[in-house]
Design a protein around this ligand. Structure first.
Ligand code: CAA
Length: 338
């Protein structure tokens, strides 16, 4: 009787010969001569040991901090030395706060900081096992970045995007490794928020996906599983709520303070929707709304005229000192008058 073994059939009694034959005729040449040998040799040992993060803004610096806190040597890349410096300073501030609160010791702070390396060179990411991208929410920029990384990194490296609304499949197809591509959507402030959405496309290898779910857990987050549907789970629900809060303001249903108080005190939300919009960034929300509207063509995702005008005026929320509130005194934000 013929018995299948790894796709090779062998007769009882001479299976050993067949396996030797299989090893020398198939496995050995595949390892040595295939152009894809790195993929073969690293796939089995693949466990994330070093992480790369692209982008050191609000999200990128938070992701880098959490990775370094978990124990991963982490390289974080930005386009200029000033932005790298600003992001690392922000991480140092967060770590100092943790020391003050007694969550970590001064020595642990030093170790965490020691695991973080800032750079402006994409080449410095080439020996990372996982690269998480957290750059501007624009498709051409993300595709260009991943195409460059694809040429630099071994075939085993896993790529992840922190996009909140772009289609992971469309970013992944800028590379030759869509099977090793996922979405890892973190929430702001990353060191505090417990959730990570782990997003799979129809092309994602199930083993890679499970590895990323485990990675999320290792970071101390609670991973939820989501398909590559625009906005995933959280923004599918959150974005219409935020946009409706702006529409309620436009229609004079309530003032800025009263809309925020209502959701805080009436529903137990930690922040009201207009404060949350300032916190996330009005420009970011505007981009997300436009992408979701393009995808679903539903009014609930359409950016209200007031949001568009605030972004055009450069009132992008906390980061620009002005949004629905004026942050001239950051301790006492004052509601804007429109
Ligand atoms: N970085 C690190 N830690 C921070 C932080 C930051 N930027 N801001 C606050 N913290 C920490 C504080 O140190 C404090 O820690 P301890 O409890 O250990 O002392 C804790 O968070 C609470 O902070 P505060 O007491 O100062 O203030 P708070 O109680 O108002 O909490 C908050 C702040 C956690 C941001 C809270 O207001 C909150 O949960 N807001 C909602 C945040 C939210 O909805 N985020 C999701 C946005 S959507 C998104 O990110 C994705 C997208 O695609 C748009």
């Amino acid at each position: 009787m013929l018995r299948p073994y790894l796709g090779v059939h062998c007769e009882p009694g001479n299976c050993g010969d067949s396996l030797v034959h299989f090893a020398f005729r198939v496995v050995f040449p595949a390892c040595c001569f295939s152009t894809d040998w790195r993929h073969f040799s690293t796939r089995n040992r693949m466990a994330i040991q070093k992480v790369g993060v692209v982008g050191c803004g609000l999200m990128g610096s938070g992701i880098a901090q959490v990775c370094a806190q978990t124990g991963f040597p982490t390289v974080v890349r930005e386009v200029s030395a000033e932005i790298v410096e600003k992001g690392l300073k922000n991480i140092e501030k967060n770590l100092a706060r943790l020391v003050e609160k007694g969550t970590i010791s001064e020595a642990q702070k030093g170790e965490i900081r020691g695991r973080l390396k800032g750079t402006t060179a994409v080449e410095d990411l080439k020996d990372c096992d996982l690269i998480v991208e957290a750059i501007i929410e624009q498709l051409p920029a993300k595709r260009e970045l991943f195409s460059a990384l694809d040429g630099l990194c071994p075939a085993a490296t896993i790529f992840a995007s922190n996009t909140s609304s772009l289609t992971i499949t469309e970013i992944a197809t800028a590379t030759k490794r869509p099977q090793r591509f996922v979405g890892l959507h973190f929430f702001s402030p990353v060191p505090v928020m417990k959730l990570v959405e782990v997003v799979r496309t129809i092309a994602t290898d199930p083993a890679v996906y499970e590895e990323m779910v485990a990675f999320g857990t290792k970071l101390g987050k609670t991973p939820v599983r989501a398909h590559d549907s625009t906005g995933f789970i959280v923004n599918r629900l959150l974005v219409p709520y935020l946009l409706d809060a702006i529409r309620a303001l436009e229609e004079g249903v309530g003032s800025i303070e009263d809309i925020d108080q209502s959701m805080k005190l009436g529903c137990g939300h930690p922040m009201g929707p207009l404060t949350l919009l300032d916190f996330v960034g009005l420009d970011t929300t505007y981009y997300i709304a436009n992408i979701m509207f393009d995808e679903f063509r539903e009014r609930r995702f359409a950016a209200p005229p007031l949001l568009k005008r605030m972004v055009l005026a450069g009132w992008k929320g906390r980061k620009t000192g002005r949004g629905f509130y004026d942050y001239s005194d950051p301790q006492k934000p004052k509601a804007m008058k429109f």
